[in-house]
Structures are given as C-alpha cells and as structure tokens.
Design a protein around this ligand. Sequence first.
Ligand SMILES: *Cc1c(COP(=O)(O)O)cnc(C)c1O
Length: 369
Amino acid sequence: MKNYLTASISESAVRHNIAVLRSLVGENVKLCPVVKDDCFGHGMDVLYPVLAECADGFAVAAPLEALELRQKGYHGFILCFLSAYFDDFAVQDELVWQEITQTVMSTSALDSIQAAAKRVGKTARVHLKVDTGMGRLGVPSEQAPQLIQQIQQTPEVELTGIYTHFATADEHDRSATFQQLERFRAILPVVGNGIMIHAANSAATLDLGETHFDMVRPGIAVYGCKPSDEIMNPVGLKPCMSVKAKLIAVKRISAGRSSGYGLTHTYNRDSRVGVVPIGYGDGYFRNLSNQAVVRINGMDAPVRGRVSMDQMTVDVTDIPNVQVGDDVEVISSDPSAPNCVENLARLASTIPYEITCHIGHSMRHELVG
Ligand SMILES: *Cc1c(COP(=O)(O)O)cnc(C)c1O
C-alpha cells in the first residue's frame, strides 16, 4: 500500500444510494447489500459502520468475510454465498456457532453443514440456492424439490430461505430473465410459507419490480454505479468512490518526442507533460493507456503513452499554471465526468465492478462526508 494513494469513499453518496434502493423496493422488502470482495473494492473498514446502520443484513461470498462482519460486532442477518465445504472444521463450526446463514446447493454441502451443526450442538440456518439458468452455483431447478425435502428432513439444519441469481438482468432483452423467474416461481410452492425468497441483484432491483420478493441483494448499485449501460431506470445513483493523486513531475517534451514504454504516443507540438504516480500495479488498467483522462484544476488531462506499473504521463499543455504537487483527480465521483468509474469501464472494455475492485484493493480507503 502506498501512503500517497487513497480512495475516498463518500458516506453521503452511499446513504443516498441506499435511500434510492429502499424507495424502489418499498418498506416490506428487506435490503441486503452485497459486500463481498471488500465492498467491491470500496473498503469494508470504512463502509461497515455506515451500512450496518442502514441495511437489513449483509451478503458476502466467502465464509471468512462473514466471520469478519461478526468480528466487527454485527449481530444481524448475514448470508454467505459460497459454501465452506473446503474450509477446515474450525471455520465450518464457527459459521454455525456465529449464526451465519449458509448457502446449500448440493447434498454434499448439506452434509457438511449438518456435520458442523452436530459438532457445535446448534441448528444451522441455510438458504437454498437454485440454478434457474445462470449455470453456475446452485442446485439445478429440476432437482430442487428433492434437495428441499432432504433439508427439511435434516433436523440439525433449518431452511430459512431460497434464492436464485440472474445471468442477464442488466440486458435490454428480458426473455432469459423471465424464463429464470418462471423456473424459480415454479419451485416456490414446494418450500411452503415463512421462508425468505430473494432473487434480485442490482439490475433486477432497479428495473424489475416483480423480482423483489422478500429481499433484494444489490451490490454495485449500493456503491453508486449502474450494472450496465442497458439499465432503464433513471434513478440518480451517486458513485461513492473518487481517487486523487498528486503530480510528481512536470516537464517539457518537444514536438516529435514521445513518452512511456513502447513510445506509443508522439507529441505533435511542444508539450508539457505531467507524471502521475499511479499505474496498473495500483489497479489503474493498462488498457486505459492513450484513452482515459485525469482531471487537474477542473480540466481534462489526457493519459498519453502507456500506463506503467506505478506511474503514467498525462498531457497538461492546455492547463494553465500546472505545478508539481497539484491534485490529480484520477477517478471522479461525478457520474457525468469523463473519468467516472462507468466511463473508465467503457474505455477499458470492462464493467464498473472490475474498475472499483482493482483500484480499491490496491490502496487505502478514507470515508469522506
Ligand atoms: C455479486 C452478487 C450479487 C450482487 O450483484 P450486483 O450486480 O453487484 O448487484 C447478488 N447476488 C449474488 C448471488 C451475487 O453473487
């Protein structure tokens, strides 16, 4: 970690996004933010107190992420997506002991949770994950009724919920999502009443009210980005991450000379070039080379030449009075800025998720107002 790079996370933006999502789902639907992978790179340490206050629970991927939330003092509902199957008994037992809601997607997952519950002497709570078309984790929908029956016949294990996950909820074409929804609905009568039903990720939370059921599991929307450009609902989410660096050098480069590995950009006029101490080692993607801009004194400075591991060069010729030590806005939290997360994702041919995860895992976080 470098002491000169910090991702600033806006508390008010996150609270705004939670409020937007709450108003979309209404008061009878629980809001369970997905905080896997260190809150998609936004930093659990800074966001935990904020989210603990305004969410109805948390969803994580890895068992250790769930236990970390308990360590922070969270007593509410925690759903863990991945099974603890390969973890040692100490972790499996701790999940039951700490009342983490675990996911069951197979008989073997059920068996290992049952064994842990027996060792601990406590009933384990589980949600069943059904694969309705995503083709990833989850019991295939045709086999779900059988597994439901098995869970219900396992005294140490209590089935408290059932869920599925959409593969294409962020696309214009809804047909695959509706097909998944139909397969999911067909199973619901088998589980009976009093079981928590959930399906919606951010895209479905934003665009498909019929998928909200008892709880929604938004991830990226909580952090203020749209899952894709095909989201219809124009709710004003506020990106909560911004990243600033400082110019560590400003120099003149004559017309005809270049900068960076491979000399991929040649300046066609006498130019002033600034060096910014961030690179792909800090999560700033190399394929943003010669594509993205940073902002200095409110003006665009194009990234010129290749992004290196720990630095890159930007053209500051058109920005007056640029000096060493000036603030460089590498990522803006203004969703209309050219260096917002969504736009950087477009330029890098990826999704906002990957941008925030990479940047966020590489630097410290601070909570700002
Ligand atoms: C990651 C994840 C989510 C959140 O997805 P977003 O697109 O970020 O809203 C929800 N549910 C499951 C099962 C996930 O793995």
